[in-house]
Design a protein around this ligand. Structure first.
Ligand code: ADP
Ligand code: MG
Length: 132
């Protein structure tokens, strides 16, 4: 079993899609082991997306991620990190495979409804940034 972090982003909480995302995850056999609803500060959002420092979309991304509540959760499953990346689909929903969460509910390349850790190392760091 391994763990990863998923965040329901503000575009999805705003459209009342928290339950929808949770339902998709549970049906995909993830175990939700921790979950909260939080409003990120600008500082927290910048720190979370520090790898994107210098990218042209970072300021807008930080604005977006602090625009409403988000729902971070720790998910457990076999091969959780890679499996979840497959489940959520490509960053740009226009390129996301049919059946993925982003294909289904994302608005655009920025407002793409969910975050998922991209490696076991980052999953560990991201989980620690939200839970104890
Ligand atoms: P992912 O979330 O799929 O791992 P990245 O780590 O590349 O994608 O980017 C982090 C987040 O930044 C994306 O989920 C999206 O919200 C936003 N983003 C990425 N690329 C762009 C872009 N070209 N324009 C606007 N927002 C972007
Ligand atoms: Mg990423």
């Amino acid at each position: 079993m391994s763990r990863t972090l998923l965040i329901v982003k503000p575009d999805a909480t705003e459209r009342n899609l928290i339950g929808h995302v949770i339902s998709r995850l549970e049906k995909a056999r993830y175990k939700i082991v921790e979950m909260r609803m939080v409003r990120l500060t600008e500082e927290q959002a910048r720190k979370f997306y520090a790898v994107h420092e210098g990218k042209p979309f970072l300021d807008d991304l930080v604005k977006f991620m602090t625009s409403g509540p988000v729902v971070p959760m720790v998910l457990e499953k076999e091969n959780a990190v890679l499996d979840l990346r497959t489940c959520i689909g490509a960053t740009n929903p226009a390129n996301a495979d049919c059946g993925t969460i982003r294909y289904e509910i994302a608005v655009d390349i920025e407002k793409n409804s969910v975050h998922a850790s991209d490696s076991d190392d980052n999953a560990k760091i991201e989980i620690e940034s939200f839970f104890n």
